[in-house]
Design a protein around this ligand. Structure first.
Ligand SMILES: *Cc1c(COP(=O)(O)O)cnc(C)c1O
Length: 464
């Protein structure tokens, strides 16, 4: 072995030194393994001559961090700096910290999932939600499946098999992820019967479309678009009257499923689940992880006679939810029993509820934490956030963002660096700068952002 090679090998930092430098960001066992793996590969390269220079400690550390980050988990926590509250790519709603204890208790131990504690006999997993859903929406019964797409599929395949489903031409919705109402109706075994026109559908249009073959009237919430201007649809109560006069159910796919009136936040009026039930809808479906702020789930509420039929559908077994979802959903719904608590404890609602002044205060605080980082220029700028998840498509919320410009990085490079950290940070690029919209960033995430940017700019300096 040449003197040169010996010199390079001797200059490599020890495992202990590297462990200390890594700090507490990574689990000890994994950190040690990662360090040993990286050091071994460097030694190999030095010995076979592909690595001819002394590698400094910072560079070794960067290689180890990369190795550890890639090795940890594939599905990871991220910081959402996009400002879009219900971001489908980032997991939609995050759960309330308040439900953690309940979720842990029922998931890490046995539970009475399908066991009736009163009689000691077999019970139903869906029974746990009946009382609370009745309190919050007035519904007679409830059934929960994997997501709202599955809910719509189950409802239609139970109630409108080989029948015609009346839907307004203005409500033939595509949600994204290939969920299209006409296709769902077809795959559930029903036939779609389009009613009215794109912009106007009258009660009389439904009336003339009714035949012996009709199985249900379906209303679909136009979650992600609006038909404005010369537009009209009948009142839900009129539609319910027509359906009931013909012994048919009125089904309403609400999409987001509001349990609270959001107008106090300056948002436009959207009907709540209770309101559409009160107006005569027989079956209502909505998501658990949109504005409700719970786990991914499809919730079906309404008349017992219809829900009983769905419980007997073989399809339910394939669509059924697991105990963690059920527990998270029940605990989230329980927060709604106190509206004030729900608005604070459910992250999606809390973020939507932040005022412009709240956002300015948060942005100012984060900016102050980042300003001392050399090589990074920081500013606070007014911007707007989206609600997302196909909710309130036209409505923007006034917000403030922290604007980041790195002297030695382009906007795209900095965006990549932000994604590469131990906790990836997802930013938005606007006018060649990275924006972190503080609406969707919790204050206790600020220190993670600070750490990440400190590392990015320290590393940048050493590269120069
Ligand atoms: C979002 C949405 C769906 C799909 O719900 P998932 O929970 O994503 O399956 C169906 N219908 C409407 C109207 C929606 O807004």
């Amino acid at each position: 072995m040449s003197k040169e090679i010996q010199h390079i090998l001797a200059s490599l930092p020890s495992v202990d030194v590297l462990l200390k430098q890594l700090g507490s960001d990574y689990p000890q066992g994994a950190a040690k393994e990662g360090i040993q793996k990286v050091l071994a590969s460097i030694r190999k390269e030095v010995i076979d001559g592909t690595q001819k220079n002394v590698i400094d400690q910072a560079e070794v550390l960067t290689m180890i961090k990369k190795e550890l980050t890639e090795k940890q988990f594939s599905l990871r926590r991220v910081i959402n700096g996009t400002g879009t509250v219900i971001h489908t790519n980032l997991g939609r709603s995050s759960l309330s910290q308040k439900i953690q204890e309940q979720l842990v208790a029922t998931s890490f131990h046995y539970s009475n999932l399908e066991f009736d504690l009163a009689s000691g006999k077999r019970g139903s997993r869906y029974s746990h939600l009946v009382a609370i859903v009745k309190k919050l929406t007035g519904a007679e019964d409830v059934l929960v499946v994997n997501n709202n797409a599955a809910a719509v599929l189950l409802v239609l395949s139970t109630l409108t098999q080989e029948k015609e489903v009346l839907v307004s031409r203005g409500e033939l919705v595509e949600i994204g992820g290939a969920f299209r109402i006409p296709d769902v109706i077809t795959s559930s075994g029903g036939t779609i019967k389009e009613v009215g026109t794109t912009n106007k559908t009258h009660l009389a249009d439904y009336e003339t479309a009714l035949t012996e073959e009709t199985g249900a009237v379906l209303k679909v919430h136009t979650s992600n678009y609006r038909i404005v201007g010369f537009a009209e649809t009948p009142e839900l109560s009129e539609l319910a009257e027509l359906a009931h006069a013909n012994d048919l159910p009125l089904i309403n796919d609400l999409g987001s499923g509001l349990l609270l009136d959001m107008r106090p936040f300056g948002l436009p009026y959207e009907p709540t689940v209770k309101e559409v039930l009160d107006q005569g809808c027989d079956v209502v479906t909505f998501s658990g992880d949109k504005l409700l702020g719970g786990p991914q789930a499809g919730i079906i509420v309404g008349k017992r006679e219809y829900i009983e039929k769905m419980k007997k559908n073989q399809l339910l077994r394939a669509l059924r939810i697991d105990k963690m979802t059920l527990s998270a959903l029940e605990a989230t719904l329980a927060l709604y029993l106190n509206e004030k608590e729900a608005l604070q404890a459910i992250p999606a609602l809390q973020m939507i509820g932040l005022s412009e002044a709240d956002c300015l205060a948060k942005a100012t605080e984060l900016a102050a934490m980042l300003k001392p980082i050399s090589g990074l220029s920081v500013a606070v700028e007014k911007d707007s956030s989206k609600i997302g998840g196909g909710s309130y498509p036209e409505h923007l919320l006034p917000t403030y963002a922290v604007v980041l410009n790195g002297q030695q990085y382009s906007a795209v490079e900095l965006q990549e660096k932000l994604r590469e950290g131990a906790t990836p940070i997802i930013s938005r690029i606007k006018n060649e700068a990275n924006l972190l919209d503080v609406r969707t960033i919790a204050s206790d995430e600020f220190s993670l952002i600070q750490k990440s940017l400190q590392a990015i700019f320290k590393e940048g300096k050493e590269e120069k």
